[in-house]
Design a protein around this ligand. Structure first.
Ligand SMILES: [Fe+2]
Ligand SMILES: [Fe+2]
Length: 365
């Protein structure tokens, strides 16, 4: 399975994941062969990219979060969103929010277990991100990225949980920013931007007032937009004054936003988003966190199509996590012509590098 921008989808590709409209109706089922009509429909509905499989991909799909857990998380998240603005007494609100959080904590235990047990899932983390209206999906995706980084840093279970909860709730303060401003397509006025910049503090206050979440998780929410060089918000804190756990969140938050589809652009390819994070190490991001991120997040997950520096084209068939820019690639195309597949291990071929991710082989165009 691989995610492909809509412009590279061709008739005959197979849809890999069920697709729903925003009101929950199924638009296209999994394993449906795509016709031009379907492709046009998706474009009209505003989709920017699609998960597909074709004759070159391995058919099996590894879900990072099991679908039944996903559905439960969605229900919990909707519940908390509703409660946040409900007119209830502080005590009732607190009770109800806390019970939702307890439900979430149980699910989190399972997610963390899967994450640690199943390296396959982590190495192929790309399958997490699609554009979605719900802030919850962004939070969930960035939580997964943060947990992978946390795992790399060797955090213990309590720390992992605090990190996860901080991530899950990092943008909850957005519920208290007017929707018209959050979704405004054009340029924001100074005042509007100021209101948006208040969301970390508003989230922190909500968590303090209505939840029993740890101080650590609250601080993560408060500091997730602070930058290493002091150019962030709400307090323009410099790196030395923010908690290292918040810094995990800052990196994963930006990365998630880049690799997700947006209404006005398809997802930025993982390799390029990774370059962006690297390029801002030391200014926006803590350099140690960037290093951890580079080690932990695989830029070329299985089934990624790549162009090699000598012009050959192939598919990543085996990930090498000790050196994640040098996977095993199965070559399918030489000099723009299809060839009998054979593998090249980039660890044994140091004169070769991956030039970029591609979506179609030259002979398919
Ligand atoms: Fe935020
Ligand atoms: Fe965020």
């Amino acid at each position: 399975m691989r995610r492909v921008p809509l412009e590279y989808i061709r008739e005959g590709h197979y849809n890999a994941k069920q697709i729903y409209t925003t009101n929950g109706q199924m638009l296209i089922g999994a394993d449906v062969k795509l016709s031009q009509l379907y492709i046009d429909k998706l474009r009209a509905a505003g989709f920017q990219s699609l998960y597909i499989h074709d004759e070159f991909c391995e058919a099996e799909i590894t879900e990072v979060i099991k679908p039944q857990l996903m559905a439960q998380i969605e229900t919990i998240s909707k519940n908390i969103t509703r409660l946040a603005s409900a007119q209830l007494s502080i005590i009732t609100k607190k009770e109800e929010v806390s019970s939702s959080i307890t439900d979430f904590e149980e699910i989190l235990d399972q997610i963390m277990f899967d994450l640690i047990e199943n390296t396959e899932v982590v190495n192929n983390l790309m399958s997490i991100s699609t554009y979605d209206d719900f802030t919850f999906k962004h939070s969930l995706n960035m939580m997964m990225i943060a947990l992978v980084m946390g795992n790399e840093l060797g955090l213990n279970q309590i720390q992992m949980k605090e990190l996860a909860m901080g991530c899950m709730f990092h943008d909850i303060g957005k519920l208290f920013v007017p929707k018209e401003i959050l979704n405004k397509p054009g340029r924001l006025t100074k005042e509007e931007f100021k209101l948006i910049q208040e969301h970390p503090r508003k989230g922190f206050e909500f968590m303090r007032e209505y939840t029993n979440l740890s101080a650590m998780s609250r601080i993560i929410a408060l500091e997730h937009h602070e930058k290493q060089d002091g150019s962030g918000y709400p307090e323009n804190k410099i790196g030395g004054n923010t908690h290292w756990m918040s810094k995990i969140c800052t990196v994963s938050d930006v990365f998630e936003a880049l690799i997700a589809d947006r209404p006005y652009r398809p997802a930025i390819e993982i390799g390029n988003a990774r370059e962006y994070i690297m390029g801002n190490g030391g200014t926006a991001f803590d350099i140690n966190m960037v290093e951890c991120f580079i080690k932990a997040i695989n830029p070329y997950p299985k089934d990624t199509r790549v162009l090699l520096s000598d012009g050959r084209e192939g598919i990543v068939t085996q990930v090498n996590m000790d050196f994640n820019t040098r996977p095993v690639v199965t070559i399918h195309c030489e000099e723009k012509k299809r060839v009998t597949p054979y593998t090249v291990d980039l660890i044994d071929n140091l004169n070769l590098v991956i030039s970029k991710t591609i979506y179609l082989f030259s002979f398919e165009n």
